[in-house]
Design a protein. Sequence first.
Length: 565
Amino acid sequence: MDDKNTYSAKISISDDDTQEELDKKIEEIKRRDTEIDTLNKARDLGIGYVNLQGVRVAEEALRVIPEDKARQLRAVCFYYIPYRELRIGTVDIENPDLVEYAKDLQKKKNTKVRIYLISVYSLEEVLNQYSRLPKISHVVSKVEISYEDLSKFNTISSFQQIQEEAHKVNTTELLNLIVAAAIKFDASDIHIESEEDSIIVRYRLDGILHEVARMDKKILKQLSTRIKILSDLKINVVDKPQDGHFTIEVEGKRIDVRVSTIPTNFGESIVMRLLRYDIGLIRLEELGIPEYYMSLVEREIHKPNGMVIVCGPTGSGKSTTLYAVLNKLKEKENKIITIEDPIEYQIEGITQTQVDPKKGYTFASGLRALVRQDPDIILVGEIRDEETVDIAVNAALTGHLVLSTLHTNNAAGAVPRFLSMGAKPYLLAPALSLVIGQRLVRRLCKFCRVQADYSEEKISEIKKELENLPPAIREKIGTEYVFYRPSENGCRECLGLGYKGRIGIYEMFVVDSDVEKIIISKGMAEDEIKQTLVSKGMITMVQDGLLKALEGITSVDEVYRVIAE
């Protein structure tokens, strides 16, 4: 579209031309000369140029900028792939209003925006294409949850009140209610599930799903339509999965809502994940890492090279731990680059990139490119294949600190997992520095927790679990154990759940000469490795969890529930 030879063909004028033919050729010459002038201007300014004459712009791209706004700014969107790229053509490249609008679009759509120079003929042709767009009946095409919207629900302090309010508001306000209440209760996800005769709304709070409302099935179509319009999804597609997103602002804080829909036998299921980009990053000291492990972490993350790996299943807080480490390290004079899927927190002073498999930008290819950027510290969202392992290990051996995650059940499982992905033992052993295994347990509500009454048999079982702790810790906890549990009905502070917030439980080991021998030998199974590490003094996740239960932070039942998952 922006080729320099676009108008290389000659236009011949003959004495035999009719007036109509002559006018047509003169108009064609004007168009050609205008395009050439526009191309030359773009070159002089060092910006992109595109000729949109004869180009049919996709409906999804055309809808990005409403027609009235397009005419006001004298600009149109002619190319749009969600989360990847958005291209705008304009005749007025220096328009400050357009620059601001492009910035807003980049933030709202969470995608890269590029602006091109176009001719008045290209602009006119694309503006005329708005007339072919099917008209949509009155539907709210944007959601804004302001302070005033939230203040309507300030009295909500229980799920029952959400249920009651859902029957009072109209469909237009229903989504505002669902999202606003989810934000107020610090939900990470909203699930809208279709059953035979009703739809159920559930919130994920501290990793657990809770039903908050049940509504009439007939509102599903209206509710899903509104969500789809907000998320740039196709309204008429109900038999295929779709993914999209929209952004809202609450008192100046940006929240990105990632939307996923799938067809079910009773209608569509919709899940909305709430990503709070503007919340402060958690500090390393706030994660719940016990004192006996914090010194290991501080020492290993400040080394100039090596690999620090965080292990655990999905939802165990691995990314949060890595971001806390980055937040600690960015205070120094370091060049830090990340490759993530997705970017969950935006950190000032750090170069962050997101994988895009459709463009061939995978963890492996991205990591290879990152190494050429001369970084001091590299964060890889996840190591999942042999190629990524190989590049990460070599980066750790050549002067880089590499931070990443593995999907394993515990810290000891990291070694067999690496070897199963093709890591060379003689390279992995010197590259690996620190392995952290973790889970998240719910915190007991400090306002309504009550003392737990366990049988002697249960207490004996717990004591056996803690008997091989280091002498200093055993002495500190004593022999008389007191535990707490959630109260039966909870309280207003915890929404009646008995728990509020989460904290990590950990196990970790440093790769010393003994562990290096284990890696190089390749002969030990995960259980054998764990037994060896425990004999060397590693405190397990269960033990760390029980110690937190003794402090009244969580409950014994919660620790065993999480470890069993």
